[in-house]
Design a binder for this molecule. Structure first.
Ligand code: ASC
Length: 151
């Protein structure tokens, strides 16, 4: 049973990772793709923020669902920062994204690590756990925005 569960998880991971290796038909598509994934992530992250900051009542099920979307979305945008996608459409991405690829990748990976913890924290059903993980994830967003996103 455990082996089957692992297989299902592995298959789901492959499915989610598939777009990351896909090629885009044109640079504008890559830009739209990364902006869309970041937008969806931001929408669900904001809903968690509303709970973490007490603006809306804590709802454990909603928190777990939102955190799962954030964790899934956080894996996607990076493939959209392909070479040649620095100015094919309006974008806030700074040239540093392409000039400092190792640092950018490191920040991407840190975000994914934090959102994985966020999803786990949300599943505990404990608001304090959510607050801690939300704050750490917001920090990962901000660190990358400060270095790689123009205002
Ligand atoms: C959000 C959101 C972001 C991050 C960032 C954290 O809710 O949309 O981009 O938090 O502002 O500093």
């Amino acid at each position: 049973m455990k082996a089957i569960a692992s297989l299902v998880v592995a298959a789901a991971a492959v499915t989610l990772a598939a777009p990351a290796s896909a090629q885009f038909a044109k640079p504008e598509d890559a830009i739209k793709y990364r902006q869309s994934a970041l937008f969806v992530m931001g929408q669900h992250f904001s809903r968690l923020g509303a709970m973490a900051n007490g603006r809306v009542p804590f709802d454990a099920k909603a928190a777990a669902d939102n955190a799962e979307v954030v964790a899934d979305m956080s894996k996607l945008p990076w493939a959209g920062f392909a070479p040649g996608t620095d100015k094919a459409a309006p974008t806030k991405a700074k040239p540093e994204v392409w000039a400092e690829q190792a640092k950018f990748k490191d920040y991407n990976e840190k975000l994914v690590a934090e959102t994985t913890k966020l999803a786990a924290a949300a599943k505990t059903g404990n608001l304090d756990n959510l607050k801690v993980a939300f704050s750490a994830t917001a920090g990962a967003c901000k660190t990358c925005h400060d270095a790689f996103r123009s205002q």
